[in-house]
Design a protein around this ligand. Sequence first.
Ligand code: PLP
Length: 447
Amino acid sequence: MYSNSLIELDRAHLVHPVASYRGHEKQGVRVLASASGATVTDASGKQLVDGFAGLWCVNAGYGHESIVEAATRQLRELPYATAYFGLGSEPAIRLAAELAERAPGDLNHVYFTLGGSDAVDSTIRFVRYYWIARGQPQRDQFISIEQGYHGSSTVGAGLTALPAFHAGFGVPFDWQHKIPSHYAYRNPVGEDPQAIIAASVAALRAKVEALGPDRVAAFYAEPIQGSGGVLVPPKGWMKAMREVCRELDILFIADEVITGFGRTGPLFACTEDEIVPDFMTTAKGLTSGYVPMGAVFMSDRVYDVIADAAGASAVGHGYTYSAHPVSAAVGLEVLRLYENGLLENGVKAGARLMAGLEALRDHPLVGDVRGRGMLAAVELVVDKQKKTPLPAAAEPARRIFDRAWDNGLVIRAFANGILGYAPPLCCTDADIDAIIERTRRTLDQTL
Ligand code: PLP
């Protein structure tokens, strides 16, 4: 097993993100030591297939020497350059240009952040700036979706619909509102795609009407709801919601922090959904998790309003590490990898993953299988007819996670009996087959 002293040091000093602090103290940490391709190795030498790409982020897989070289070269040449005071660095400028060239429509302006939460948080500030610039400061109400996740910054956490992100923090979120999710498997309108789209459109219209049509600033949607349980909307859903927002003059923000960079197939899910949002937030796959970075994409229209309003004054938003040259150098190399076979391999591996998970439908515990590309979920139930969820108290997610781990598989086990999959796009057939076989073994042990 791992060195006891490391477990003790962790227990005493490392505060873990989104964790029960007391639960973790009892449980102790699992230490990862190395990784290659889609395989991670823990500190005891146990090898596991990483079915979750770290935290939906290591899209390129582990151990890419060319990424390490790109970072090393940049660290040697210029490890830091501020983007303040009109300064810049070549990798950041080039990455912004390469991204703009590939982004949908007129999303031509890129603001770099450190990750997804501050990307979302930045859009909240830009959205407010935009409406104030347009002489409509009363547009200060924001709408997102139940089961949505948009990070855990102080204000952005209000857009996140998971209760643990609000309870106990004492931050008022009364300007952030939710409409029901499209969640097909448990939708009161049933599973018919057109009925689900109509219900979401009606819910958004009703929410805007209730808040006051001239009060709503923006609507946030993930192309696929990730942390809410990998909820895939019907085809045409994003387009319908985008059109309502255009009609009601509400800004539409597509949060592609998970879906961006090949997770669903193309570089951006919005391309497949045939929409151009006003803002697009990304992170994770941008650098494949090797170093921190996120990016907010802004349309020409929004950028021009903000730029013209500020005129010669500064738009007062920025961080020391905005447009970090080492992260940008990594981003450029990761982008090259996507376009040199990685996206293609992801599409092929995604088809194998979905087929393998679909075949699990014969298992007595499997109620639903859903996904797109290399993003998928299996929803477990105790009664398929009634769609009765696993009793949380009897079969805590942690036990399923542990069992999968013992079987050599890292998955995400959500508290409501949903298993999440987001393997690296570099997975081989053997990796995907191992994910499926180890999942079945884990389910058999859960019966
Ligand atoms: N938005 C979405 C859709 C996410 O899934 C996440 C994280 O999982 C975030 C925002 C926050 O990103 P980060 O954890 O990098 O702050």
